[in-house]
Structure formats: C-alpha cells, structure tokens
Design a protein around this ligand. Sequence first.
Ligand SMILES: [Mn+2]
Length: 312
Amino acid sequence: MNKQILNEIKKHKTIIIHRHQKPDGDALGSQLGLKEILIKKFPDKNIIAVGNRKEFDKHSIKNIFKDNFDKVTINDYKGSLVIVVDTANIERIQGEEFFRGETIIKIDHHKTSENFGNIEWIESNTSSVSEMIARFARQSKMEITKKAAEYLLTGIITDTGKFMFNSVKAETFEEAMYLSKAGVKISKIANALNDRNINFIRLQGKIMSDLNFSKGVSYYMMPKGLHKKYSIDYNTASSLIFILMGFSEANYALYATYDSKNGHYKASLRSRKKPIVQIAEEHNGGGHEMAAGLKIKNKKEFEEVLSKLKLL
Ligand SMILES: [Mn+2]
C-alpha cells in the first residue's frame, strides 16, 4: 500500500489534502503533518491543505495547529491527486470539490466506511490516521520535520485519550518514539491541550452533578442551549462525553447535545465492554467499535438508544 501511494504522490504535481469537518487533533494532525512531510520531500510540488481555521478556533487544538490553510480553486484539481484523511464518508469531507481530483486516495481508521477513493488504505485497528501517516513516512524514508512530528504526535495523543484507549498498541508507541526523537516537546502539547477556562470547568461540574446512571449506563441529554449560559461554544459542549465515562462503574455512556444549526441532537456513544458501533449505525451514525457518533431526532429516540445500551 505504501508503495502504491508513494507512486501516486510522485506522479502528481498538485496534491490536495482534505480531512473531516469540525476537525479534531487527528484530522488536523494527519492533514497538516502529511502536508509538511510532502513539502519537505517534494519542494517543487504544489501541496494544498483544504479547510479554514474558523472550524476550530474555539478548540484548544488551535494552540498547536497555527498554519493558515491554502486557497484552492477548481483549476487546482485538474490532474491533481486528492488525499482524504481521517474521514469515513463523503458527507463529512471538508471541501466539496474533492471529487474533482484525478486520483483520490482515502487514508482512514474508522470501522464504518463508505467507498469513495480510487485507492483506499483503511486500518480500523490502528489508533489514529496520524499514526498511519507517521509509519508511512518512516517506511518511505521521508524526513519528518519537527513541526510535522509535533502535528502527528498531537493527533496520536488526542485520538488515543493520551495513550489510554484500546486502540493503543506497541506500534503506537513505536511511532510516538520516532516522532518524539524529532525534538517535540511533550509539555508544549500538554499545555496547549489543557487550555481550559473557568466556564468550561463549571459546565463540566454541571454535567457531573446532573448526569444519570443506571445499569452500568451513564447518560446525559443536555438541555437545549445550556452551554450558552456558560459561554461555551457548541463544538466544545458536544465533545464532553469523557465526563460520563469518568468513573469505573460506567460501562457505557450516551451523551447528546442539541445541534441548532442542523436541527437534531448530535450524540456520542462510548463503551468499556461490548462494541456499540452497530447501535450508532442504526441511528444515522458510525465510527469505531467502542467509540461512535450518531444523530438523534428527539427525546424518544434518545430513550430508544438508551434501552439498547441497557440490553447489551
Ligand atoms: Mn481519527
């Protein structure tokens, strides 16, 4: 797979890298890390990263990923290679012109998947796409600059819950070791990710005291607009499921916040026991075996998902 991808990279003058909307550390880490590595190896190529900083300017990862994104025109796509990272389905791709690429490569680690690439490299057992990119660069003997290493390591750290998730293997540490040898300061990443204000802590406290717990399932449906009372933006508010899994009796968690832009509840599922991805798939979602996302219409559907979890 490495060789095939490297050949495509060599063949194309313009390489356009896409990732998913509302990016997390892994989406940005793999996108911008790959861009850095390719610029270093192929200085004459036109390497473009699609997106904008607005998508994550309220998220602590903005402290790590400081690059501006590139302007891209329809002309750029002519004869180009498009690489889409960390994105399982077309709907989630940031940048709707991606399909105009001459060749499309998908690099992903999600379990649920929709085919859209001419070449698809999917490792659903690997911790992060950042880990895949690090291995690809290392095995292809491409130099990983300090900046690229910092990006990729941030991707690995965020997608593995700081090396605590099931997806962490010896290979994850192996790549982390190579990346840290490039001179990355772990404390810099830690400080950047710990950028939390008092409002954020207070909202966490509210969720901790109001969450429900029964039969091993921890669950919470945030009242519409509650996060605004704490001056916390929607994207941050919708990412707090870790609070529900923050105690040992919680085998499963279901967390939902109202997405007023799209008119539905955005929900997350987590498990410490049995896979839950199939439940997410039954409710307009998908993801990983033990961590998945879904869309829920109303309270009734929330209760439906909840009863499925309690029956596991
Ligand atoms: Mn990922």
